[in-house]
Ligand binder design. Structure first.
Ligand SMILES: Cc1cc2nc3c(=O)[nH]c(=O)nc-3n(C[C@H](O)[C@H](O)[C@H](O)COP(=O)(O)OP(=O)(O)OC[C@H]3O[C@@H](n4cnc5c(N)ncnc54)[C@H](O)[C@@H]3O)c2cc1C
Length: 479
């Protein structure tokens, strides 16, 4: 058997929380490894959410999750510049119908206690001028200008690329199967390898309770809360400029209108407690519920504008709070990271690293690389920029995905940066995300993957083992 690798820190889980930790730990002179069971990072809860960087004012100001969300919001602004990912400062409006003004005043007070800047209650005339598609019955709204939208997977890949360039090892297709305490370290066994680590950080999302049990440490039980989301056609007019919230409910922030980074509008999510951690189906009932709720706020939304849907499961626990603690012997549990987990993730990482700093000396990494550049997006470039790129690399002149105008060189670059599945290519480039959902470009992308990775077509998967598209190897010629 291969000798176990000795490292200082093992992070379990390559979602937004685990990858934020890898990014944060990369700033220090230590050996860290991130282990993810799926074929790529961001294939868990972190790929299926609303993509909102919240202001933080929806949660109880004395809670850890509200404080980490406010800090996370600040950190994203700085990170977006360093790591070159889209961060669109849309702002948000919590709209109040007659009788609801007091509730938004209360939310504003909470926000002010948290130090959230520039909160303001705007009246009907302001709303009609800035958001003409909103119902005329809305009396006023709380404006939170610091809210923004991101593409969660783009952020995850940006952080992971930066962490890797600073020496953090990222191991996907590695499922943690056993954790055992030895005299001075943790033995972490995975489906592929074994590690000896001084610290283990459990950021396994929906499986965080199972991982904790593996280590013999009791942790709160994860209760999946399903959320269904619906995406409207980009060719339909952008419905709103800001993210629109109703007055929040006890368990959720309600059903929202979300202008996405990619120019579509998304509506949702629903909130339903379920038993099955694998149930990511969407339903007709969910769609009707979302439409009913949104049409009250934006009456012009139509069912036929919906072009796609997905659902995600919030890893909730009974206590409405994040559960982040060092349990014993250097085992850190991060459990119950439901919304605003995406927002808070960079701050969760900062908080956990501060926790570790009390236990070990953390010296800044020598030669730390602070920045990372995104793959050029041909679609967004001017003619001059496009011509320059094509002169440098003719692959930028070969359009592979017509719907989203993605070129061969963008696909190649995604593979060079770690994409190993069709979804990995999709999340990094937007190919296969247009109206034809990949009907035109999938074969061409497979051809490039086979060429770049030196694999046969039957080894190429959509999202990891079990999702192969071709059953046995064929000599496929370019279409
Ligand atoms: C519908 C919906 C909308 C949301 N909207 C927002 C929003 O707009 N803003 C916001 O702030 N938050 C939002 N959230 C919450 C946010 O998505 C989550 O809090 C966040 O993604 C949790 O990230 P994570 O890294 O903890 O989990 P995950 O992304 O699930 O990462 C955990 C990883 O651990 C891996 N793993 C599990 N077991 C093992 C094992 N044995 N070995 C190795 N790896 C393992 C999994 O494969 C997974 O990749 C939303 C959630 C949902 C469901």
């Amino acid at each position: 058997m291969r000798k176990p690798s000795e490292v200082k820190v093992v992070i379990i889980g390559g979602g937004i929380v685990g990858t934020s930790l890898a990014y944060e730990l990369a700033k220090y002179q230590l050996e860290a490894v991130l282990i993810e069971k799926e074929a790529e990072l961001s294939f868990g809860v972190s790929k299926s959410n609303s993509g909102i960087v919240h202001t933080g004012f929806q949660d109880d100001p004395s809670s850890l999750k509200a404080q980490l969300a406010v800090r996370g919001n600040q950190l994203y602004r700085e990170m977006a510049k360093l790591l070159d990912f889209p961060f669109i400062p849309t702002g948000e409006l919590v709209v109040a119908f007659p009788g609801e003004r007091e509730q938004i005043e209360h939310i504003r007070e909470n926000g002010e206690r948290l130090g959230i800047p520039r909160l303001e209650i705007v009246e009907g005339a302001w709303i009609r001028e800035h958001e003409p598609n909103l119902s005329t019955e809305i009396e006023c709204a709380l404006l939170g200008p610091t809210a923004a939208v991101i593409n969660p997977y783009e952020v995850i890949y940006a952080m992971a690329e930066n962490a890797a360039s600073n020496g953090v090892t990222i191991n996907c297709s590695n499922e943690v199967t056993a954790l055992e305490r030895e005299s001075d370290c943790w033995a972490v066994r995975t489906s592929e390898s074994e590690y000896k680590a001084h610290y283990v950080i459990n950021a396994a999302g929906l499986s965080a309770d199972t991982i904790s049990q593996m280590a013999g440490i009791p942790a709160p039980r994860i209760i999946p809360w399903k959320g269904e989301e619906f995406i409207l056609d980009r060719h339909a007019d952008r419905l709103t400029q800001s993210i629109i919230f109703p007055v929040p409910q006890k368990e959720t922030k309600g059903i929202l209108v979300i202008p996405t980074v990619d120019g579509n509008t998304m509506i949702g999510p629903t909130a339903e407690e379920i038993d099955d951690k694998d149930d990511i189906t969407t339903s007709e009932a969910g769609k009707k519920k979302v439409l009913r709720s949104i049409q009250r706020i934006v009456p012009c939304v139509r069912e036929d504008q919906i072009i796609a849907s997905f659902s995600g499961l919030r890893p909730a626990i009974a206590e409405n709070e994040f559960y982040i603690r060092e349990e014993r012997d250097g085992f850190v549990n991060i459990v119950g990271i439901k919304s605003p987990g995406l927002t808070a993730a960079p701050a969760i990482a900062e908080y956990v690293v501060q926790m570790l700093a009390k236990k070990m000396k953390l010296s800044p990494r020598k030669g730390y690389i602070a920045t990372r550049s995104a793959i050029p997006r041909f679609r967004h470039l001017s003619s001059d920029e496009r011509n320059r790129l094509i002169r440098e690399d003719p692959g930028y002149g070969e359009v592979v995905c017509r719907c989203e105008l993605v070129t061969k060189s963008e696909i190649r670059e995604a593979i060079k940066r770690g994409a190993r599945t069709l979804d990995g290519v999709k999340f990094r480039t937007r190919s296969q995300m247009g109206r034809c959902h990949g009907a035109f470009c999938t074969m061409k992308i497979m051809e490039i993957m086979a060429e770049e990775l030196g694999v046969t077509y039957d080894q190429i998967t959509k999202r990891g083992r079990g999702s192969e598209l071709v059953m046995e190897s064929h000599e496929l010629k370019a279409l």
